[in-house]
Design a protein. Structure first.
Length: 425
């Protein structure tokens, strides 16, 4: 989640709602026109940036040439290495500056983007709306489990911003450590926030600690982000915290990409601010229900446009309308990072929920958690954490057989029982 937008000043809520203007229920053709108008303005700003000017000239595309938002597909995707190479200095637009945002670097080197005032206002409106949709009022106390590494200066600055937003930051390393995790549970019992937010694996470990403790904290909701919310994660979190778990997705570079509606838990995209594409490896648009790579255009950030930026995420498209009545486009689900897919013997791709689901289902009474790493020869190395009393040999054989079948290679899986699995970046 974007920081700094949790607490809204008196009157600010109405201002943010006016900015969105009820666009969540616009007829699809009016929403398409809104995106088209924003895209034309964005390209007009991008023409002043040498990087984009060269790209626009190469495909003979001018802002006035856009007939639909889909015409942006004439431009090649903005790759992460290009964002790293050119940086804020090479991709910033004319006019006043803004706030530099730095990604966590979980997929490699951190990248930086510049958010101007326009982008910050629209992102704040989307953030507030996403919370309204699941019944979280402005000013609610939130404990935020921060997954990125705690660098001293940025951590202190983050804590200061969080304090102004009625947040309390929790370092993910405190969740990973068993002793510190128990202390965190005690603190949550003594002083529970309204909302607990964090990466799904952190929420899961904390939920297991709460279930072991036997007490129930009084949360209103949990917000999961930054990692796949597997079904056994969700069951444990709901059992421990006795509240709904809402899944959201986004990046530091783009802000919130999808957030749920309470009526159907569908993942809606803020089309007023972002244009999101799901494409195949060859660049063609994926069909509904098909896995694809996520490209995002930040329609409201002329300070530093990201046009067809490849986020590194994989998602599944969805084309139908939501039963909640809102007309914003949807994703069926966020899959995770592109390297999180396993490859089968015939070259097919397997998403994380199939991998984890098959492994857990093979020995549900024994498997607590697991990590799967695929080697270059398509073999799998699995680290398995067992429930108390779980039989390592029997569970390991079942998990190995299930994953061998999944990738289509007999004997492909090596399983090792471990006490815990450290968090990765």
């Amino acid at each position: 989640m974007a920081r700094g937008y949790w607490h809204v000043r008196p009157g600010g809520r109405e201002r943010l709602h006016r900015l969105l203007g009820g666009s969540e229920r616009l007829p699809p053709e009016e929403l398409a026109q809104l995106q088209l108008d924003a895209a034309r303005e964005l390209l007009a700003s991008a023409r002043s940036i040498p990087f984009y000017r060269d790209r626009l000239q190469a495909v003979s595309l001018e802002p006035e040439d856009l007939r639909s938002i889909g015409d942006l597909a004439a431009l090649p995707p903005l790759e992460r290495h290009e964002l790293l190479e050119h940086g804020v200095r090479g991709l910033r637009g004319p006019g006043p500056g803004g706030i530099v945002r730095t990604s966590s670097g979980s997929t490699g080197t951190p990248v930086q983007v510049l958010w101007g005032r326009t982008m910050r206002a629209w992102a704040a409106a989307v953030e507030r709306r996403s919370l309204d949709w699941v019944g979280i009022p402005p000013g609610s106390r939130l404990d935020y489990i921060r997954g990125r590494p705690a660098r001293q200066r940025t951590w202190i600055a983050g804590r200061a911003r969080a304090g102004m937003s009625n947040w309390r930051l929790v370092d993910a390393s405190h969740v990973a450590n068993a002793e510190e995790r128990r202390a965190l549970v005690d603190r949550l019992m003594r002083d529970p926030p309204t909302v607990l937010s964090g990466p799904a694996p952190c929420l899961y470990l904390l939920a297991l600690a709460v279930l072991e403790d036997g007490r129930t904290p009084g949360f209103q909701a949990c917000l999961s982000h930054g990692s796949q919310l597997h079904e056994h994660y969700r069951r444990a979190i709901e059992a421990a915290f006795r509240c709904p778990v809402w899944e959201r997705g986004g990046t530091v570079e783009t802000g919130v990409i999808v957030h749920p509606c309470r009526e159907a838990s569908s993942l809606h995209m803020p089309a007023e601010v972002l244009y999101v594409e799901v494409v195949r490896a060859d660049g063609s648009h994926a069909d509904a229900g098909e896995l694809g790579h996520v490209l995002v255009t930040t329609l409201r950030n002329p300070a530093m446009p990201l046009i067809r930026y490849r986020t590194g995420d994989v998602a599944v498209r969805r084309d139908d309308r939501c039963s909640c009545g809102r007309t914003l486009p949807m994703l069926e689900r966020m899959v995770g990072r592109a390297p999180d897919l396993l490859v089968t013997s015939d070259g097919s791709l397997i998403p994380p929920w199939d991998v984890v689901g098959s492994a857990v289902a093979s020995a549900p009474e024994a498997v607590l958690d697991l990590e799967v790493v695929q080697r270059e020869n398509l073999g799998l190395d699995v680290r398995l954490v067992l429930r108390q009393g779980g039989q390592a040999v029997d569970a390991g054989r079942k998990v190995g057989d299930a994953l061998d079948e999944l990738v289509g290679i007999p004997g492909a899986t090596t399983v090792a029982a471990v006490d815990s699995i450290p968090f990765s970046a």
